[in-house]
Write a protein that binds this ligand. Structure first.
Ligand code: AMP
Ligand code: ZN
Length: 487
């Protein structure tokens, strides 16, 4: 079964064929580093991390480039507001991004180029477009002449005639076509600038990605990704630059992730309806953010709500509870010599392997992977291994379940936490939300046990009702009472 990818360019799924056998060159547009990123901004990094890992799992040698836009109006404005320099702002927020990224436990990219480190390549690129008369210079400003590029609009489906019909009055009259875009612009007083054949200036936004792609990956790449809002004009302009400059096909597969919405609206800084990834991770947990994101297909809207967060919480709790049970079995029971995994369970896992293979090969359907993981958890729990101490397959079955879960967890950067302590952390998060102290619950649970021991059933029932009212689930086990916070 081979991988099929939905290509925004052709608007359909197509079998994946790399340019070079067994190699994948992949580029995803990274953040403009002027502020904390919100959870919507992290949908791309979380999803493309899993996609890259799946490609690796399929045996491809993947080179994944994710850039930082560290020259931009927003950075300059932020520096002015805060009385610092643009580079101080960008360096600060690159560091913050990297802290968030690492806290999420996502695998590293192969390259994180910054615009400021690619200035000679950007200038050469613009020069090449000027030399080929695909770009023109006016007063130290360089514009791309989109009329020189036949396929302009192919990615976004926009037609030049329609674009022109919508021409606005405030268009720069020096442009040959209102949709010609800036490749290089003169720097204003006090702005960061670089020496170029057209004077002191800085690059336009789109050129950086084309120049970095050419320098690091080459004239043509396999996969280019980004958020759906980047299709036009950013990616449309990248194609015009790339194909205009090299004459080669710029990208074979265009992949775009849909937005994260909140209360039905796009989460965005300008609307002010965002939660920073940092705040989300502080309030919940990095694991919850990843699980939430990957529970939906990357091309579908994901509407974040308290209910969705609760679902992610309870889903994760389910997975980690069974991991904890598997750990306990491995730690408690002895492995019998020659013991093998329960046949019916290994058959279930083999079937789920096929399901997951199919789902990931069908345009990286992580949502279906999560559904299969629930199936495995259900199958494992229904074996009730704790009650089958004498069954020789107990330990190998628990071990194989753990390994199976870790295999897919690694692909999605999930399920790698120590189950026991993560479940305690989850309870603490929920307790905090309910404004209840852990010691309070422990004391009540103990008091109830004592009442039961004393045969004071009225008191024991009263405490039980109180615990239920507080949202605490508890069970009496041979090892004593165990409690969890209800989600
Ligand atoms: P920006 O800071 O707006 O340039 O966004 C950086 C990246 O985050 C881009 O790839 C956007 O497509 C993506 N992005 C911004 N808002 C959202 C959102 N609400 N949901 C998903 N992706 C988003
Ligand atoms: Zn880009």
């Amino acid at each position: 079964m081979s991988l099929v990818i939905y290509n925004t360019m052709t608007k359909e799924k197509a079998p994946f064929k790399p340019i070079e056998e067994n190699k994948v060159k992949m580029y995803v547009c990274g953040p403009t580093v002027y502020d904390y990123l919100h959870i919507g901004n992290f949908r791309g990094p979380i999803f493309f991390n899993a996609a890259r890992n799946w490609l690796k799992h399929l045996g491809y040698d993947v080179t994944y480039v994710y850039n930082y836009t560290d020259v931009d109006d927003k950075i300059i404005d932020r520096a002015k507001e805060s009385g610092t320099s643009a580079s101080e702002v960008s360096e600060k927020f690159i560091k913050i991004f990297e802290e968030d990224y690492n806290r999420l436990g996502l695998d590293k990219h192969d390259h994180n180029p910054k615009v400021t480190e690619y200035m000679p390549q950007i200038i050469d690129y613009v020069q090449s477009l000027v030399d080929q008369e695909k770009a023109y210079v006016i007063d130290g400003e360089v514009f791309y002449a989109i009329d020189k590029f036949d396929n302009y609009g192919a990615l976004s489906g926009k037609k030049l005639e329609d674009l022109n019909a919508g021409q606005r009055v405030d268009v720069d009259q020096r442009k040959k076509n209102p949709f010609d875009f800036v490749l290089w612009k003169p720097a204003k007083e006090g702005e960061p600038s670089w020496q170029s054949p057209w004077g002191e200036g800085r690059p336009g936004w789109h050129i950086e990605c084309s120049a970095m792609i050419k320098s690091i990956l080459g004239d043509s790449i396999d996969i280019h990704g980004g958020g759906i809002d980047l299709i036009f004009p950013h990616h449309e302009n990248e194609i015009a630059q790339g194909e205009g400059c090299t004459g080669c096909k710029y990208v074979n597969y265009w992949m775009h992730n849909e937005f994260i919405n909140i209360k039905g609206e796009k989460m965005s800084k300008s609307l002010g309806n965002f939660i920073t990834a940092r705040a989300f991770m502080d309030e919940y947990h990095p694991e919850v953010l990843k699980f939430l994101m990957l529970s939906a297909h990357y091309r579908s809207f994901l509407n974040i709500s308290d209910e969705k967060i609760d679902q992610a919480f309870s889903g994760l709790a389910r997975v980690y509870h069974s991991l904890k049970a598997a750990n306990t079995i491995v730690a408690t029971f002895e492995e019998k010599e020659g013991a093998t995994v329960l046949k019916s369970f290994s058959q279930t896992l083999a079937q789920l392997d096929k399901k997951i293979e199919k789902a990931m090969n069908d345009d990286f359907s992580t949502n279906e992977v999560i559904a299969s993981i629930y199936e495995a958890v259900r199958a494992f729990n229904s074996l009730n291994l704790m009650k089958k101490k004498k069954d020789p397959s107990t330990v190998p079955t628990a071990k194989v379940f753990k390994e199976w879960l870790h295999k897919y967890g690694q692909m999605m950067s999930l399920f790698d936490l120590e189950a026991e302590s993560f479940l305690v952390e989850m309870d603490d998060i929920l307790l905090k939300k309910k404004d209840i102290k852990r010691e309070e619950v422990d004391a009540l649970v103990q008091e109830r046990s004592k009442a039961r021991d004393d045969k004071d059933f009225a008191k024991s029932d009263e405490i039980r009702d109180k615990l239920i009212e507080m949202g605490i689930d508890f069970q009496d086990t041979p090892e004593g009472p165990v409690w969890n916070v209800k989600i």
